[in-house]
Design a binder for this molecule. Sequence first.
Ligand SMILES: Nc1ncnc2c1ncn2[C@@H]1O[C@H](COP(=O)(O)OP(=O)(O)OP(=O)(O)O)[C@@H](O)[C@H]1O
Ligand SMILES: [Mg+2]
Length: 626
Amino acid sequence: MSRIHLLPDALINQIAAGEVVERPASLVKELLENALDAGARAVAVTLEQGGVRRVRVQDDGHGIAREELALAVMRHATSKLSRAEDLERIATMGFRGEALAAIASVCRLTITSRAQGREHAWRFDAVSGELAPAALEAGTVIDCADLYYNTPARRKFLKSESTEYAHCEEALRRVALSRPEVAFALSHNARNVLHLKPGTPEERLSALMGEAFIERSRIVETEAGPARLFGRVIEPRHADQSRPPQYWFVNGRFVRDRMLTQALRQAYADVLHGSRQPAFALFLTIDPALVDVNVHPAKIEVRFRDSQAVFRFVLDAVRRALAPSRAVLESTDIDGEVPPAAASASPPPRQPDLPYHAARGAAGSRTLTHPAASPFVPAGSRLHDAAAEAAYLAFARSALAPMQEANGSSVGERREKEALEIPAPLAADDTLAPPPLGYALAQLHGIYLLAQNAAGLVLVDIHAAHERILYEQLKEAWDRTPSVQRLLVPLVLTVDAREYASWEEHRETLERLGFDLGALGPEQLAVRSAPSLLVQGTLEPLVRALLHELSEMPQSLAAESFRDKILATMACHGAVRAHRPLTIPEMNALLRAMERTERSDQCNHGRPTWVQLSLTELDRLFLRGR
Ligand SMILES: Nc1ncnc2c1ncn2[C@@H]1O[C@H](COP(=O)(O)OP(=O)(O)OP(=O)(O)O)[C@@H](O)[C@H]1O
Ligand SMILES: [Mg+2]
């Protein structure tokens, strides 16, 4: 066995470089970060052969003084950190003093730099150690040639030129997204590929994510204490790319973080079909003392001091951005031409019923403070609008009643139902703004509802819209005690062993959901009460679906996902079926319920529940000029 000995510096550097420099794109990332730390306003990246032959980064930053050039490529040499305390609040992209040393050990590195106020530039060759005067207007040029020329084994791991190039370009995009005020240029094999002018965050997002993304996404902007979240998230209905761009930045640094990914997934959980992925670019800024960036060799991971709090903050902010119903936001534009900003703007934080106010503006608030005007005009608070709720309940019950008669499964309290008369829709009244989704005209093939609003024609998928409303209401009710209704005649179900076992095991959950079930024997269960929202529906298949769902639910499922799944099942079974004729008042009640319900513009699977056909669009169909 050989003796223990200290490794030579060159070898130490090469080993360390293995962590920092994974491929040409790592050079792009490290050099761009150095340029930004040097205060650059414009950066140009030149690549040859996917960056393997050459990566060259030129900036107009403050430069490196002659006497510090050789030091810059030494390990643990940095200008960004001096005391241990600094490590706890890192505000620069670099801090370890590792990158240039690592890079110098795996390629032919030269640095040309002119420090501010100096007469001319100096060129340092890291291979030979030579230092010579050079010509350069300002800033720094770092040139990395022949990556892995001295470690052929590593060279073998490089992929094709086009793949390596793609990684380089992606590295630049990540940096450029978070620094819109800096200009970036990229050329590959002497061809100019990208030129990004300095601009606003929105302009940069548009340049790098595409205009379509801007049009189809919602703004996220929230601040809470030491944290701020800004960016854009795709509207669920447009989440159709198989590998959409997804960017998380923490204090300007692109990161991969499981907690952040999870928060986003959860924010979309209700509105996005399982296999789809959302496109987004989100920028989280947080007091540097509350996040540790020194946890990964490529600085691509971070650790939050209070990751639970960050999770909640992000989840809440993104959910809110996705929540406001487009029904309410878009309908204010009489021509049906929705200004993209209005359609995609998210409400400021912590105002749950803001969509309504935001849409109607100052003029609309007059209507809102008119509580007695009509049950269809939402009063200040959506949640405690008793009249509107009564109208909705009446709708839900009457809409479902024929189903119950058809299968004879349960008899609710008819008298109570009759007492909840649905008020007729308000006649056009100049003093009141018309409701965003307008008034019902007719039902088409038992599936669609047609309504007229200020912009033109509204088409609603009745089942999908009702399912969504029920789902949101059930979720809301979950946090309170659900309103439960006793059945005059209990519904008796003949069950198999598995259903029986599921009932035994999940009695508490069922109770929590508003179901009171008792055993009449080993093969029979009696449903004695059910949630008021669902009581007139097809109770039997609903209870069976619940028993099955509960028995299959993995133990490990998070409480929230569990709740969402169960409630989705309930909503699906509770929602009015297609081909069930509705009266005009019932349809109007549905429209009003949609306006009051967050996220009612898409069903639980992310499909739209309604569409607007503006008069302009209708005119176009008939080649009719206006
Ligand atoms: N483009 C540049 N302009 C001005 N100074 C630079 C530039 N690139 C590097 N430097 C100087 O060289 C030093 C070493 O750079 P290097 O990238 O190795 O370390 P770092 O940025 O301090 O930390 P890290 O290893 O985390 O990147 C920097 O601290 C900085 O002072
Ligand atoms: Mg650096």
